[in-house]
Design a protein around this ligand. Structure first.
Ligand code: SER
Length: 871
């Protein structure tokens, strides 16, 4: 059978035979491309190769690329659309062009897959006679099966980038149930009869920011064939969900919901949507994306929630998506190892996120129910609020409202949504603008030679000099500038490691290097300030890195590698780096893991790293090919783009990572390694911060000083602090008990004194007075005692505390029986002291912010009670 795995392999092997370099799929997270949220086409990771900004490892490349397109509206509805899919592709970077790409596509389809040539149709861009002739004359497709399609122009993805006219290959599936039935149905029709299986793009143009098109340095080829489509076609199925790629997931869904695709209708739609979205969510999670309310994380969250919502159609209300993980790992785990190694993490985050959603759904449902009480149509803003704050999909709101016969304002909702999108688009544009402001144009391709692995000082020449983004010949004392040298020992920020600082000097000239960054075309840009003299283009100077700072950075970098290795040993091989910072005074390592580390785990990690330091191992750095590095098991960081030749940093038997950073000679150079914190940065994302060398010593000293200060205060030694503290706590408890006892005594005494102040009105004993200097507790204790002493009567006590006043009232049971109520008294007089209050007939209290009116309130209460007693 043509399994999806066999098809993938046959495609890549075919193009390898045609001298293409096979590269693994890039991560779904674009590298160095702020214009893209997610990789959505096979060509997306190669934009800079098309534009000639970077040199590809080979002029012919073939890949099977993981892609995500966030539009979910057609998923399950057609047999063609997915949110996550794999795109098979062959690429030429200025090498072959239309003829070869057409001939090879034809050869693969008709000779390797043995597809019936009579069922293959072709579309071309209107007027592209070159493509027409290759199809018609070289390959032999009859003219009546070649048509022109206006929208056969592909790209760019995002606002700018490589694009060009294209030519599509369609397979006619015949007149089955998938056919729209129209006689004019033809390639390009929206039904599933003519299935587009391959798109050949003749990428010759680049769309610029102003909307114009410019020629690429050399014409290129970018082709894309959807693996899911070819698979269901080759397996003779109706849609991808019936193929080996989805069958395990469909079986799992059947097992716990009882439903199958055969039922058709809404059930089949739900199964397909759940299958598609869950696959996408699993791949996104495996690439280190976490659910969130923006960007990639939001795509993930939205798909997950939509899948859960369709669970309701199958009668599932709890968490269930995690049950599909083993099904997809079984299908994809081998070709995409990140799925297999991160299965546990993916499962855990899936469960957590579903539980969160169920909770927000519950909260949203309360709000929705109360909005529905009004029985008027729900406004667009309300629907948007439910969606934005509670993650309540508008379809769900609509469904629930419809059950009550209530309409929702969908237009208003879409308007609110559009406004929100507009805001985030404006944000992105601003970020892009900022980035552009900082870039500089280098007119020719002379990469800077980096000498910093071997030394920290070198003689060099100024090749480019920029002020405020403009190239200049000279920069003067007091001015800032950006400088590119022909060779430099300065490390440009990258791989989490901060850029070097230092000086340039030559005779009188003294320049301070404040930061070093990567520039275009592999150049290294120094951000400088001229301290003395003038810096001229072409000048020779001595470039000297601040070696002490660099040494501290190297310590922290090597320690970061040891930390990652120790984490993998202690916590599990599923942890994946999601970010890092390597600075002279600290390191930060972000990684995905679903739970906080236990104190024991943190201690063990710290100990393992320090043991490696003490073993004083050599830190080996060497260049090799990417495939050698992968074979040796080197860890790669997915955010990084690696060239064909990579640098591998190894500490024997402990750590092996791809890394371009600067490292210690031996692990012993790190000195002490101390973890300073472990925390959460997002769902499923943890962060460890640590320090090394003298900084670690400083950190320990700081703790020590704190202990010293505390022990001096406690008049004891640091080791005896715990004992001393627990004694102190004991004694504090004793004192508190004494204070309480004294309070009781004092209040009993006061009660004795006060009881004589009671008066009798109409046969009711009444005691109403202000008690200075008591707390609320004291007042309530005093009142209880007075009530008991009076046996029958009413007690009304007030006190001031700071800006406010407090009133409490007690009525003995017998008087409650006669219609007196503490609650009524308080309710009546509390406004006088500017507050609100009330309570039960036996006891009530209240407070206000007008303490000066307290005696007036007491008088009012007295007369209220007298009136009741006498009336
Ligand atoms: N870039 C084209 C597409 O996505 C061909 O790979 O269809």
């Amino acid at each position: 059978m043509w399994t999806s795995a066999r098809l993938r392999e046959s495609f890549l092997a075919f193009f390898e035979e045609k001298d293409h370099l096979r590269l693994p799929s890039s991560s779904l997270i674009p590298v160095n491309d702020p214009t893209l949220l997610l990789i959505g086409a096979g060509m997306a990771p190669f934009k800079s190769y098309f534009r000639g900004e970077e040199k590809p490892p080979h002029v012919r490349i073939t890949t099977c690329q993981k892609c995500v397109r966030a539009d979910d509206s057609n998923v399950g509805v057609t047999a063609r659309h997915h949110t996550f899919f794999e795109m098979l592709g062959n690429f030429s970077f200025g090498d072959y062009f239309k003829k070869e790409s057409i001939e090879w596509a034809w050869e693969y389809l008709t000779e390797r897959l043995n597809l019936d040539p009579n069922r293959l149709w072709v579309t071309i861009y209107p007027g592209d006679m070159v493509a027409f002739n290759h199809w018609n004359k070289d390959v032999g497709v009859p003219a009546e099966r070649i048509s022109e399609l206006e929208d056969n122009f592909w790209g760019p993805i995002g606002a700018t980038g490589p694009c060009g006219p294209c030519s599509e290959i369609y397979y006619d599936r015949g007149e089955g149930p998938w056919w729209c039935g129209r006689t004019e149905c033809a390639p390009g029709c929206n039904c599933d009869r003519y299935l587009e299986i391959w798109n050949l793009v003749f990428t010759g143009l680049n769309k610029e920011e102003d909307g114009s098109f410019s020629d690429l340095p050399r014409p290129c080829i970018d082709t894309g064939a959807g693996l899911d489509r070819i698979t269901f076609l080759m397996q003779g199925k109706n849609n991808p969900y019936e193929t080996d790629a989805f069958q395990p997931a469909m079986l799992a869904l059947k097992e716990f919901s009882g439903h199958t695709l055969d039922e058709g209708g809404r059930v089949a739609l739900a199964l397909k949507i759940i299958g598609d979205h869950t696959r996408a969510v699993i791949f996104l999670l495996a690439d280190g994306i976490s659910p969130s309310n923006e960007g990639r994380g939001y795509v993930l969250r939205r798909l997950l929630r939509r899948a859960m919502r369709f669970g309701r159609v199958l009668g599932i209300h709890g968490t269930f998506l995690e049950k599909l993980v083993p099904a997809f790992v079984a299908v994809y785990g081998e070709i995409y190892p990140e799925l297999a190694t991160r299965e546990l993490h993916v499962t855990n985050v899936l469960i957590q996120e579903q539980q969160n959603f169920l909770r927000t759904l519950e909260q949203g449902e309360h709000l929705l129910q109360s909005l529905l009480q009004a029985s008027t149509p729900l406004s667009g803003t309300d629907v948007f609020r439910l969606y934005d704050t509670y993650g309540f999909p508008h379809e769900l709101t609509q469904e629930i409202a419809a059950e009550r016969g209530i309409q929702i304002d969908l237009d208003g909702f879409h308007k609110a949504l559009e406004e929100a999108r507009e805001r985030s688009r404006a944000d992105l544009e601003k970020k892009l603008d900022d980035a552009r402001g900082g870039t500089i144009a280098v007119s020719h391709e002379q990469p800077s030679e980096f000498l910093g692995y071997q030394r920290t000082g070198a003689h060099a020449h100024v090749v480019h000099l920029f002020r405020q983004g403009m190239e200049v010949d000279e920069a003067h004392e007091g001015e800032g500038a950006s400088v590119i040298l022909d060779r430099t020992p300065f490390y440009a920020e990258g791989g989490g490691q901060v850029g070097d600082t230092g000086i340039f000097k030559s005779g009188e000239l003294l320049v301070e290097v404040l930061d070093t960054q990567k520039g275009p075309h592999d150049t290294i840009v120094h951000r400088v300030e001229i301290r003395r003299g003038s810096l001229k283009k072409g000048a020779e100077l001595e470039a000297i890195v601040d070696a002490k700072r660099r040494g501290d950075i190297m310590r922290h970098h090597t320690a970061t590698h040891l930390l990652q290795a120790a984490l993998r040993t202690v916590v599990g091989a599923h942890i994946t780096q999601t970010g890092s910072l390597v600075a002279p005074d600290r390191l930060r390592f972000d990684f995905s893991h679903y739970a906080p580390l236990t104190p024991e785990q943190i201690e063990t990690v710290e100990r393992l790293v320090n043991e490696e330091v003490l073993r004083n191992q050599a830190v080996d750095k060497r260049e090799m090919s990417m495939s050698e590095a992968t074979a040796a098991g080197a860890l790669a960081f997915f955010e990084e783009k690696y060239a064909d030749r990579v640098r591998v940093v190894t500490v024997e038997n402990f750590s092996k990572e791809l890394c371009g950073g600067t490292h210690c000679a031996r692990t012993g150079d790190i000195g002490l390694f101390k973890i300073t914190s472990e925390s959460a940065i997002a769902a499923g994302q943890r962060r460890i911060e640590a320090v090394c060398g003298m900084v670690a010593l400083e950190a320990v000293r700081t703790y020590e000083n704190i202990l010293k200060t505390v022990s001096q205060d406690l008049k004891t030694t640091p080791t005896e602090i715990p004992g001393s503290l627990s004694r102190l706590k004991e004694s504090l408890k004793r004192t508190e008990r004494q204070v309480e006892e004294l309070g009781e005594k004092l209040s009993a005494q006061r009660a004795g004194d006060l009881v004589s102040e009671s008066v009798e009105v109409g046969g009711v004993k009444l005691l109403a007075t202000e008690v200075p200097g008591v707390t609320s507790d004291g007042l309530s204790r005093l009142g209880d005692q007075l009530r008991d002493k009076l046996q029958s009567g009413i007690v009304l006590l007030g006190t001031r505390n700071g800006e406010g006043a407090k009133l409490m009232c007690w009525v003995t049971k017998d008087l409650v029986g006669r219609g007196y109520s503490a609650g009524n008294v308080i309710k009546a007089v509390i406004p006088t002291i500017g507050g609100k209050g009330g309570g039960r007939p036996e006891f009530a209290q209240g407070g206000g912010n007008k303490p000066d009116a307290l005696s007036q309130a007491l008088t009012e209460a007295k007369s209220l009670i007298s009136r009741q007693a006498e009336g």
